[in-house]
Design a protein around this ligand. Structure first.
Ligand code: G6Q
Length: 549
């Protein structure tokens, strides 16, 4: 395969970037009345305006051609077909099968996975309904009122953030709490105040080896027993989602209470599997299914729409443009909707764990920047803080502004203000404010000319800062499913362009191994000499602080 940077499209993009570097989007909008109308796309309930980007039609076409030259079409087909595209782990990548409502069989090693997927979804449905109807009670006969979902990383962020985002759809009478951190404060805070007899614990761990999740579940079990439950009662109060059924049984979870998942579902792509059980418990199964259907609609769009109309492809190539040709180091997500405040953290894991890589699929060191830092927070809060750097800091930080056009149960005045801030910020980033405009504003203020010049320099906003605006009607489960799947496929396309394996996470694996080794050092099960001098020193300080007084 030709090296990415040796492709003719890459060279052409370098030339285009240097000529575009001197042009301002403000002038493009003034000269081209059709620009905004041309650079918009709509599908699956999502509307994207990408006209406020430093791109011409020629740039977009060359970026699409670059993605095609990297084998986008073939690799997309391979993913959907269940080929083992996660080559370092020898696994298929089939989160799309979890939301496949098309009746198309999907084969992994010659076996159709769809019957198991459907059976598991039915198990999620019947369990959810039995909890909601009161058929499944706690051991004393009390209805389940609290669900404590324990998991971390991909077994935590999806369920937590989707449940938070869909707050208006919550099922009355069930409160779902999430615990991830091994810091004992978290589980302690969640459990204290709950009645163990009306609490269900959902333990989510694909591997069933994750230290934090095992420890938090053990602490929850200890709490349940200490509150009066017996070992036999555990079966009514503890369920698990895992691909490691034998380990879950060994831990003490009844086999019928284990919801399966498979090695072809990556952790950060797993909310669509039974890992989504807490979402179904919080919102009802029908809403969980709508979430899957929205994602399925986006899968169809991604698989069939031409590049020019393809939401994930457009977003992906724009990201490549800024990362590789404008030196952008990060990308900011700005959801203007309080309930969607967790989206930046969700996409942060999705993107940074997938494309934060430095070798190609072939194991060669890449010679170009890959995945950017993803960050952000809810608007309008950031406008009173970090937006300063986006407007006037060095370099560019491409932004995604995300806004529902309607929100349930809200005062229209608030929503109009929210929307106007969202659109106003995108406009300000694009237009900026020239030195001349700032100088003019300062006339008749009684300042001397030198002071007027000095202040005008401080107030000048360069503008020409790129952003996408993503709008949708209300944030329904269907729309949210489509939105999340859109970002998943964006990350996939960028991985294709950069020739990465977007589906392994060796950096995360090492952290898990080292954490366990250091714990052995702290608990005295390993010789201190096994660690470097700095780590030895830190362990010694910790032991000293925790020694019996
Ligand atoms: C996701 C990551 C990681 C993983 C957690 C939890 O892609 O691999 O975030 O989800 O480490 O792992 P378990 O589900 O195996 O406990």
């Amino acid at each position: 395969m030709t090296e990415l940077t040796a492709l003719p499209q890459w060279h052409h993009l370098e030339k285009l970037a240097s000529s575009i570097g001197e042009q301002h989007m403000r002038d493009w909008f003034a000269e081209d009345s059709d620009r905004a109308a041309r650079m918009q796309v709509e599908s699956c309930g999502l509307y994207l305006d990408f006209s406020k980007n430093r791109v011409t039609d020629e740039v977009m076409q060359t970026l699409f051609s670059l993605a095609d030259a990297q084998g986008l079409e073939e690799q997309r087909k391979s993913m959907f077909a269940g080929e083992a595209i996660n080559t370092t782990e020898g696994r298929a990548v089939l989160h799309t099968a979890l939301r496949n409502f098309s009746d198309t069989p999907i084969l992994v090693n010659g076996k159709d996975v769809m019957p198991e997927v459907k059976a598991t979804l039915e198990k999620v449905e019947s369990f959810t309904q039995s909890v909601h109807s009161g058929a499944h009670t706690g051991y004393t006969g009390k209805a389940i009122k609290h669900v404590v979902s324990i998991g971390i990383g991909g077994s935590f962020l999806g369920p937590k953030i989707m449940t938070e985002a869909l707050k208006p759809y919550r099922h009355n009478g069930i409160h779902v709490h999430f615990v991830a951190n091994v810091d004992g404060c978290h589980i302690h805070d969640v459990l204290s105040g709950l009645d163990h007899a009306e609490t269900l614990v959902v333990m989510s761990s694909k591997s069933f080896t994750t230290q934090e999740t095992l420890q938090n579940t053990q602490s929850a079990k200890n709490w349940f027993l200490a509150e009066g439950g017996s070992q036999e009662d555990v079966a009514k109060h503890f369920v698990a989602v895992s691909s490691n059924v034998s380990a879950a049984v060994k831990f003490g979870i009844a086999e019928e209470n284990i919801f399966p998942m498979w090695d072809w579902v990556g952790g950060r792509y797993s909310l669509w599997s039974a890992i989504g059980l807490p979402i179904a418990l919080a919102l009802g199964f029908a809403n969980f299914k709508q979430l899957l259907e929205g994602a399925h609609a986006m899968d169809r769009h991604f698989a069939t729409a031409p590049n020019e109309r393809n939401l994930p492809v457009i977003l992906a190539v724009l990201g490549v443009w800024y990362r590789n040709f404008f030196g952008a180091q990060s990308h900011v997500l700005l959801p203007y909707y309080h309930y969607l405040r967790g989206l930046p953290a969700y996409v942060q894991q999705l993107d940074m764990e997938s494309n934060g890589k430095m070798v190609t699929q072939q194991g060669e060191r890449v010679t170009y920047p890959t995945g950017p830092i993803i960050w952000g927070s809810e608007g309008t809060n950031g406008q009173h803080s970090f937006h300063q750097l986006i407007h006037q800091g060095h370099g560019i930080i491409p932004a995604d502004f995300i806004l529902p056009l309607n929100v349930p149960n809200q005062d229209d005045t608030h929503h109009a203000m929210l929307a106007s801030n969202c659109f106003g910020q995108a406009q300000a980033l694009m237009q900026g404010k020239t030195y001349e405009e700032c100088f003019e504003d300062l006339t008749d203020k009684g300042l001397g000319e030198a002071e007027q010049v000095r202040l005008a320099h401080h107030k000048t906003m360069p503008g020409n800062k790129p952003s996408n605006t993503i709008l949708f009607d209300a944030l329904t489960p269907h729309t949210l499913g489509a939105l999340i799947a859109m970002y998943e496929h964006k990350v996939f396309v960028q991985g294709v362009v950069w020739q990465l394996n977007s589906f392994d996470q060796w950096g995360v694996e090492l952290g898990k191994v080292l954490g366990n080794k250091v714990l052995a050092g702290i608990t005295g099960r390993t010789e201190g000499a096994n660690f470097d001098a700095s780590t030895q020193q830190l362990i010694a300080r910790f032991k000293h602080a925790n020694a019996p007084k």
